[in-house]
Design a protein. Structure first.
Length: 605
């Protein structure tokens, strides 16, 4: 090949080109780095927003990854080509060359849900779950691709030989710069619209909503989780029996298991955050507290005011204005109608799952032709048929497919509706899991999977997710949207996975249209609890004569409620149990109050 890229050959020459070994510009010390730039609103310049480093560890690591050990690619695949069909003089500027023929593409691309389905590799060679694990929305990452395997990274290098040019592979919207992604990389399989996270328009209400901050992608430790909080899928890179381990890149953390352990049982959302943003009501924490005192419910209507230690309710406004209010506000709130996750009542679970019937929900209606959007009302759920709506996003960008939305848009951008029969089936499957795994002593135990061998389903996913999977509620929507495919375990057998079972299953696992455990926990919200704080206790007494005959009997009933105060007032209600000073409180804990007492008539027993 001569200087300037021209090929020196006579017009009658016919030839084959053979690539081996492969050399890629930009590959230094066996590492390939991708830097992603974004232009903030109102800014005239781009800012670096992410750096992804793929470390192929040795001089032939990338070549082997693309071609296989000792592999080669020839052009053309068969036959010969007349060199004059590709000839341009070396003095011709590159922009003026019209006879060149593209014969291969080298690319680094985020993984898609149809990758690895077909042998042509146009959508990627690896069958993965990018909306659950190795997703591309990360701040920085470095992974040893040879030692830890290609499948666990966020992006995939590809070397594709072209048979029919680049038309199908390099399609994008010139006005927006959007290319094909999400489901596939080609014009035939890919989509240009989809949302993994939404930006909160108002204060959060549930722990699972924190997934919008991408905590499993911004961590400096591998592996990546797309929706770690509230979900409980075991990760293919990790031993399902351990929450932490060590890989070639250093410490490996089960972000999902550890975040659930850290957050559930320890935190909740009080509903007292400022609502002063552009989409808010304009209410401040102080004004919310003042109206809360007078009986006006918060966004979470089940939270009620409680005055600890006999304090005046007027003190609440002062309490929440303090900089350390977060450490004391829980002692001022109680939950009315908490839901015990150890319930084995199908009717109770069904009622909780079907509790969302907001007739005033809106969505961001996108006009793809004019590149505009406008807020519009979502079609109300049919309350008469006990339909319920569950949405990954607080502001969806599409109607559901059931209510007329495009099947693909609805799956990746919209809400989902579930029928009375769906809710009944799901409630039955949840009760089965509660009976099989319970009783749960804490919320984190309920949310998390059980640590154990890969052969145990309890170690692969949590109770709610297992119930969802057993209900098979995700199959029809995914099929209608061509969202992905079922990855066989045999397809990932050589992916260097520690837990191959976690790598098998739906490639679209975790997608917005895929009902997940975290979605259900968003419905339960602050109301979910592993225990009850109000108890009804009955006592029975009788008197007998000398012949042991019952001559009198009576039954009483008492209602007892656990409160926020400790038995010994030496410790304030907000004191952490690990910091108690009173031995009485260390032994007996919180105070129980007698709410009511009465004697029962024989007909009431």
């Amino acid at each position: 090949m001569g200087r300037g890229g021209c090929i020196g050959a006579r017009a009658t020459d016919e030839f084959s080109v053979k690539f081996a070994p492969l050399s890629v510009p930009g590959l230094s010390n066996n590492k390939f780095t991708i830097e992603i730039f974004a232009k903030p609103a109102g800014s005239g310049s781009q800012t670096s927003s992410a750096v992804i480093e793929m470390d192929y560890e040795n001089p032939t690591g990338l070549q082997n990854a693309l071609l296989g050990n000792g592999g080669t690619i020839t052009y053309p695949k068969s036959g010969t080509i007349n060199t004059m069909a590709m000839h341009s003089h070396c003095t011709t500027p590159i922009k003026s060359i019209v006879t060149s023929k593209p014969f291969a593409i080298v690319s680094a691309q985020a993984k898609v849900t149809l990758g690895g389905q077909l042998a042509d590799g146009e959508d990627g060679k690896l069958a993965t779950k990018p909306w659950c694990f190795g997703h591309g929305l990360i701040g920085a990452a470095s992974q040893k691709m040879v030692s830890e395997g290609l499948a666990s990274g966020a992006h995939e290098f590809a070397f594709q030989q072209l048979d029919n040019g680049t038309i199908n592979l390099l399609q994008f919207d010139p006005k927006t710069g959007r290319g094909n992604s999400i489901t596939g990389q080609t014009g035939n399989t890919g989509l240009k619209f989809g949302a993994m996270y939404d930006i909160p328009l108002s204060p959060l209400q549930t722990l699972a909503s924190l997934n919008g901050a991408n905590p499993g992608g911004s961590s400096g430790y591998l592996p990546r989780f797309a929706q770690p909080i509230g979900n409980s899928w075991a990760h293919p890179m990790l031993d399902p029996g351990k929450p932490t381990s060590t890989g070639a890149s250093g410490a490996l953390l089960d972000h999902s298991f550890l975040l659930n352990l850290a957050l559930y049982d320890h935190f909740y959302f009080s509903g007292l955050a400022d609502q002063t943003g552009p989409f808010g009501t304009g209410k401040t924490t102080t004004s919310l507290a003042a109206s809360f005192i007078t009986g006006t419910p918060l966004v979470e209507p089940r939270l009620a005011l409680y005055t600890p230690d006999g304090k005046a309710s007027s003190m609440f406004s002062t309490e929440v204005a303090a900089t350390d209010a977060y450490s004391r506000v829980a002692s001022w709130q109680v939950m009315k109608g908490a839901f015990n996750i150890n319930s084995t009542s199908v009717a109770a679970w069904k009622a909780m799952l079907g509790s969302i019937h907001d007739s005033q929900s809106i969505f961001n209606k996108i006009d793809k032709t004019n590149k505009t959007s406008v807020f519009a009302n979502l079609t109300p759920t049919d309350i008469t048929k006990n339909d319920a709506r569950i949405s990954r996003f607080r502001l969806p960008a599409s109607e559901s497919e059931k209510n007329g939305g495009d099947s693909s848009d609805a799956y990746w951008l919209g809400a989902r509706e579930y029928s009375d029969a769906d809710l009944q089936l799901l409630a039955e499957k949840i009760v089965e899991q509660v009976r099989a795994r319970g009783p749960f002593l804490s919320m984190s135990e309920f949310v998390n999977r059980r640590l154990g061998p890969a052969s145990d389903e309890k170690a692969q996913r949590g109770a709610l997710q297992q119930a969802i999977d057993n209900s098979n509620l995700n199959a029809n929507l995914a099929a209608g949207a061509n969202a992905g495919f079922a990855i066989p375990e045999a397809a990932v057998a050589n992916y260097k996975y520690t837990n191959a079972k976690a790598g098998a299953g739906p490639s679209h696992q975790g997608a917005p249209g895929y009902l997940s455990q975290a979605d259900l926990l968003n419905v339960l919200g602050n109301a979910a609890t592993p225990r009850s704080d109000t108890f009804t206790i009955r006592g029975y007494g009788e008197a007998r004569d000398a012949s042991n005959k019952v001559i009198a009997s009576t039954t009483c009933e008492a209602t007892i409620q656990r409160t926020v105060e400790y038995i010994d007032p030496a410790d304030k209600p907000e004191i952490n149990p690990t910091a108690l000073t009173s031995n009485t409180n260390k032994i007996f804990g919180r105070r129980f109050n007698l709410i009511s007492f009465r004697w029962l008539a024989p007909g009431e027993i």
